[in-house]
Design a protein around this ligand. Structure first.
Ligand SMILES: Cc1ncc(C[n+]2csc(CCOP(=O)(O)OP(=O)(O)O)c2C)c(N)n1
Ligand SMILES: [Mg+2]
Length: 381
């Protein structure tokens, strides 16, 4: 760990630190507040799932928050992020309101995807968040495509494409890295290496370490400790600027650990990892506890301040859950909205060429039937 670390800090009153790792006290409190918000948000989602407010799949990021804060917060607002399905906290980090994320988990119209996507399909292109993808590895070619679009339009943004360790065994990963390297795209591929794909340890399905996977394409590989939010932040800050200036694609092995089961339906530990293994990470490698303790040891955080930050995080999550509860479910008549660009008057796709096309061409914007009643009047027989 570099500059300013340790109780003495890097200046200010004798014996009292004012900075850590080059971060001011306010910045450090901000990072801790972000991570506590992510943790409390996920705990709230866990609770809501248990009482049936959230249905379908739900994968929590608890234990991996150092990466949501450390890899996304240093990005510019107009940079792009695309990711897998363990993405609630990443969506918040990129700028989606926790209310809109919680409402999406609840399947409500106030959700960032209008209640259509649920936990695995959070989207808001206005803040540069391109999902939320449930198919392992599906987002990797999309990440290459987003970076290509940046280049094509002459922008200086970058795209950060997250994936789990299991995704590096998908063919799409290899194809995307190859073309990204050929085209020198402004993309950073980040593996959130929590050691497991569902119940399978990475070591059982790979003859090499994660870090070795980009070498064949000539893409530089880096390893960062994702549980150390400060190191991760500084690392991504530097890497993002290098990619922005034309360094080409980069590959990051971010070492982390998931503290919960693969999804809400899986136990925390099982035959694939022991209770002791999980407990040792929770005790010694919790990114939030690690940051909290460092700040306290450096006299940059008091117990009272911590309690205040945590109370604010809990209040924001209670507010998000209340918002989600009050938000309506999508109306059944809008079932076909956003599904197909065009459907015929019977509420079906134009599988029969243009037959049945209403006068004037399109069957209605957003996939509605021309009657304007969504599925109403369609779907006969
Ligand atoms: C193409 C495909 N195959 C299998 C699955 C089932 N599946 C869902 S998550 C998962 C494991 C992914 O693990 P990893 O990429 O390491 O991400 P993590 O869950 O650890 O965040 C699998 C195999 C899927 N969704 N898509
Ligand atoms: Mg994994």
């Amino acid at each position: 760990m570099a500059n300013g670390d340790g109780p003495a800090g890097d200046g200010g009153e004798p014996g009292a630190a004012t900075r850590l790792h080059g971060f001011s006290r306010d910045e450090l409190h901000g990072l801790l507040a972000d991570m506590l918000l992510y943790r409390r948000f996920e705990e709230k989602a866990e609770e809501a799932y248990a009482i049936g407010k959230i249905g379908g799949f739900c994968h929590l990021h608890i234990g991996q928050e150092g990466l949501a804060a450390g890899a996304i917060k240093p990005l510019r607002a107009d940079d792009l992020v695309v990711t897998a399905y363990r993405e609630h906290t990443q969506a918040i980090a990129k700028g989606i309101d926790p209310r809109a994320v919680m409402a999406e988990l609840y399947g409500r119209t106030g959700g960032c995807s209008g209640g259509r996507g649920g936990s695995m399909h959070l989207f808001d292109t206005a803040v540069g968040f391109y999902g939320g993808h449930g198919i392992v590895g599906a987002q990797i070619p999309l990440g290459a495509g987003l970076a290509w679009a940046i280049r094509y339009r002459g922008g200086d943004q970058i795209c950060v494409c997250f994936m789990g360790d299991a995704a590096v065994n998908q063919g799409a990963f290899l194809e995307s890295l190859n073309m990204s390297a050929v085209w020198k795209l402004p993309v950073v591929y980040v593996v959130e290496n929590n050691g497991y794909g569902m119940g399978t340890a990475f070591s059982r399905v790979s003859a090499t370490d994660v870090e070795a996977r980009s070498g064949a394409y000539g893409i530089p590989a880096h390893t960062v400790d994702g549980q150390d939010a400060l190191e991760t932040y500084r690392f991504f800050e530097r890497l993002a600027e290098r990619v922005r200036r034309g360094a080409g694609p980069q590959f990051v092995n971010a070492v982390t650990y998931r503290f919960r089961g693969h999804s809400m339906s899986d136990p925390v530990s099982g035959t694939y990892r022991s209770k002791e293994e999980v407990e040792s990470h929770v005790r010694g490698r919790d990114p939030i506890a690690l940051l909290r303790d460092r700040l306290m040891e450096a006299a940059l955080l008091t117990r009272k301040e911590l309690e205040g930050i945590d109370a604010d995080a809990r209040a924001a999550c209670d507010d998000a859950a209340a918002f989600a509860d009050a938000s309506p479910l999508p109306a059944p008549s809008t079932l076909y909205d956003h599904v197909y660009a065009e459907i015929n008057p019977n509420g079906r796709l134009f599988l029969d060429g243009r037959e049945g096309a209403p006068a004037g061409g399109r069957a209605g914007g957003g996939g509605r039937t021309p009657a304007g009643g969504g599925a109403k009047g369609g779907r006969r027989g």
